[in-house]
Design a protein around this ligand. Structure first.
Ligand SMILES: Nc1ncnc2c1ncn2[C@@H]1O[C@H](COP(=O)(O)OP(=O)(O)OP(=O)(O)O)[C@@H](O)[C@H]1O
Length: 237
């Protein structure tokens, strides 16, 4: 069975059809890069995967069941900016998720349980190359380091699916190259299934195992909102 199945998936906002006839099967371990014109519905698609938006029609199945309409631990997400909490250090940012989960059952987390959370957060930060910056606040980190932190934060819950919305869009070309290497390593190391939106075609073609192009199949100049985008190209890389 596919990890994800999309069958005639549609998303409307009022009278505006944003996505329509989205059909695809995605297997565990694929890395799908997504490109398409601005405003064609890429982020909307990612939000449906995350569970913060629901499909208007059709099916979006995870392991054969409708995806839960709330963000879950099986799905991590990194946006272009502002994924991290500015008032917490790098280490506190990464620890927060697990502390939050355990505190729900145990009240505040202390002692050996807290140390275990800290150790695993430090390990994750080391993996993304921030082992030397545990006590730095986000504003003390460069853009690339902030995105490394956002990746560590997203991965700390051991998600199966990682959703990336232009994660490297704001970074300089040299830093982006380092980040491409990092995301490829993390993809393999953590056996992730990744969906990554990018505006950079070259990035889309060079990263991952599959490229999707979102575009409208049908256009009506008199009614631009009447038709939505679907996956017009699905290219194995
Ligand atoms: N919550 C919302 N309510 C109403 N319309 C929305 C909402 N979210 C998105 N839209 C509309 O849906 C369309 C698709 O938006 P979306 O952000 O998914 O596009 P995108 O392809 O990610 O664009 P970009 O590449 O510029 O980030 C846009 O016309 C947008 O105005």
């Amino acid at each position: 069975m596919s990890l994800l199945s999309m069958r005639n998936l549609e998303k409307h906002y009022g009278n505006q059809v944003v996505l329509e006839r989205v059909n695809a099967e995605v297997q565990e371990g694929e890395f799908v890069s997504i490109v398409g014109a601005s405003g064609c519905g890429k982020t909307t698609f990612l939000k449906m995967m995350l569970g913060t938006e629901s499909p208007s029609k059709g099916q979006l199945l995870l392991d054969g069941k409708p995806i839960k309409q709330e963000p879950g631990e099986d799905r991590g997400v990194v946006f272009q900016r502002y994924s991290v909490f500015p008032h917490l250090t790098a280490l506190q940012n990464v620890m927060l998720g697990e502390e939050f989960v355990q505190a729900r059952w145990l009240g505040r987390v202390w002692g050996s349980k807290r140390k275990a959370i800290a150790d695993s957060a430090k390990e994750m930060l080391t993996q993304v190359g921030l082992g030397h910056a545990l006590d730095k606040y986000p504003h003390q980190l460069s853009g690339g380091m902030q995105q490394r932190l956002a990746l560590a934060q997203a991965l700390t819950k051991k998600p199966r699916i990682l959703l990336l919305d232009e994660p490297f869009g704001a970074l300089d070309p040299g830093i982006r190259k380092d980040m491409h290497q990092l995301i490829t390593e993390l993809w393999k190391q953590h056996h992730l299934t990744i969906f990554m939106i990018t505006h950079d075609l070259k990035e889309g073609f060079s990263l991952g195992s599959r490229l999707w192009v979102f575009d409208k199949i049908r256009h009506d100049p008199q009614a631009p909102d009447a038709w939505g985008a679907s996956i017009t190209y699905d290219i194995p890389l």
